[in-house]
Design a protein around this ligand. Structure first.
Ligand SMILES: Nc1ncnc2c1ncn2[C@@H]1O[C@H](COP(=O)(O)OP(=O)(O)OP(=O)(O)O)[C@@H](O)[C@H]1O
Ligand SMILES: [Mg+2]
Length: 316
């Protein structure tokens, strides 16, 4: 079969206009995404935005109401199941199973022979500081440790695509850093990783590209710095003069915080603003121009999209 031009090997996962309805609820409302092979792709969005539903459709656990997806070159994602690793949002392992068996069992579900799975499980557990727990039942592990075990089970069969739904939730700071390193290491070997998160810092550190989902739609898809560039810098200004011609340089939307004016840097940039303030006799006492981080961009983009979906203006 000829490969379609829209899906060369450089795109691991592609979604076109995915929609999912659950009875009256439209959980996902036209999501289009393309995830480059070997990249780390972050899916960000507020609670209920449609992240989990999107991930489930991408790997074929549920089918979309409409729209298409291609995963590792296949229209039906389940045909690629043995090459995909998936950490679901709701964690779950058999409490009575030994840690190594739980990992080997997850591998077996994806086509890895059980004996090889046990061998790899022991090596992975040791590598992740859980060697002593290999033969202990899952019920004796802490919640975070069990989550690491489940993560190892997600990658035991050496998938080409790893999909992680909120993988950082429930992990302490040290294990979060280890997971970030594990994700980086996998992608260095050419594996593609998609993960969802509420914690913007992980995405900021890890991802080349992020998609911000709000109300079931992609509100932003691009590089992290492009998301930040969506927001204009913020000016904080304190003046000695209380009135005068300089007030014309303050945008109508400016707000007061204590004795400061706070407003978005006007289109013209800082120089015309400064000139107008100085020429207008403001007596600038302090002036700061702040560049927003991804967190602010996230709140702005998700907030705008949420407001647009409800047909309302974002409250100022
Ligand atoms: N099986 C289901 N049946 C009915 N409604 C569902 C089902 N799964 C999800 N929904 C609804 O779809 C919407 C999106 O849910 P989803 O779980 O995809 O969001 P999310 O972005 O993963 O949120 P969170 O950050 O809280 O995990 C929500 O309104 C949710 O109530
Ligand atoms: Mg979710």
């Amino acid at each position: 079969m000829l490969r379609q031009a829209s899906q060369p090997d450089t795109i691991a996962v592609e979604a076109i206009d995915l929609v999912k309805d659950f009875n009256e609820t439209r959980a996902v409302n036209g999501v289009t995404l393309a995830v480059p092979t070997g990249s780390i792709f972050g899916l960000l969005g507020p609670n209920g935005a449609g992240k989990t539903t999107t991930l489930r459709m991408l790997i074929g656990i549920i089918d979309p109401s409409s729209g298409t997806r291609r995963v590792l070159g296949r229209e039906r994602p389940l045909e690629a199941a043995n090459e995909v690793g998936y950490l679901p949002e709701e964690r779950g392992l058999y409490p009575a199973m030994q840690a190594r068996d739980a990992i080997a069992f997850m591998g077996a579900l994806r086509g890895l022979p059980i004996a090889e799975g046990r061998r790899r499980a022991d090596a992975l557990l040791t590598e992740h500081g859980l060697g002593d727990w290999s033969k202990k039942p899952i019920r004796t592990l802490s919640k975070g440790m069990a989550q690491i075990v489940q993560l190892l089970g997600t990658i035991i069969h050496k998938p080409r695509l790893i999909v992680l739904d909120e993988p950082f939730a429930g992990l302490d700071a040290i294990n979060q850093a280890k997971l970030e390193e594990l994700i980086r290491r996998e992608t260095r070997a050419g594996v593609t990783v998609i993960f969802s998160t509420h914690v913007i810092a992980h995405a900021e550190r890890l991802c080349e590209r992020v998609a911000i989902i709000a109300k079931g739609k992609v509100a932003f898809d691009g590089r992290v710095d492009e998301a930040r560039a969506r927001l204009r810098p913020i000016v904080r200004l304190r003046t000695r003069a209380s009135d005068g011609p300089w007030r014309d340089a303050i945008p109508a939307g400016a707000r007061r915080e204590g004795d400061e004016y706070v407003f978005e840097l006007p289109e013209g940039g800082p120089e015309p603003l400064l000139k107008a303030l100085i020429d207008g006799g403001a007596g600038i006492e302090t002036l700061a121009i702040e560049r927003p981080g991804l967190h602010d961009a996230f709140v702005h983009i998700a907030g705008d999209a949420a407001a647009a979906a409800m047909g309302q203006e974002k409250p100022q």
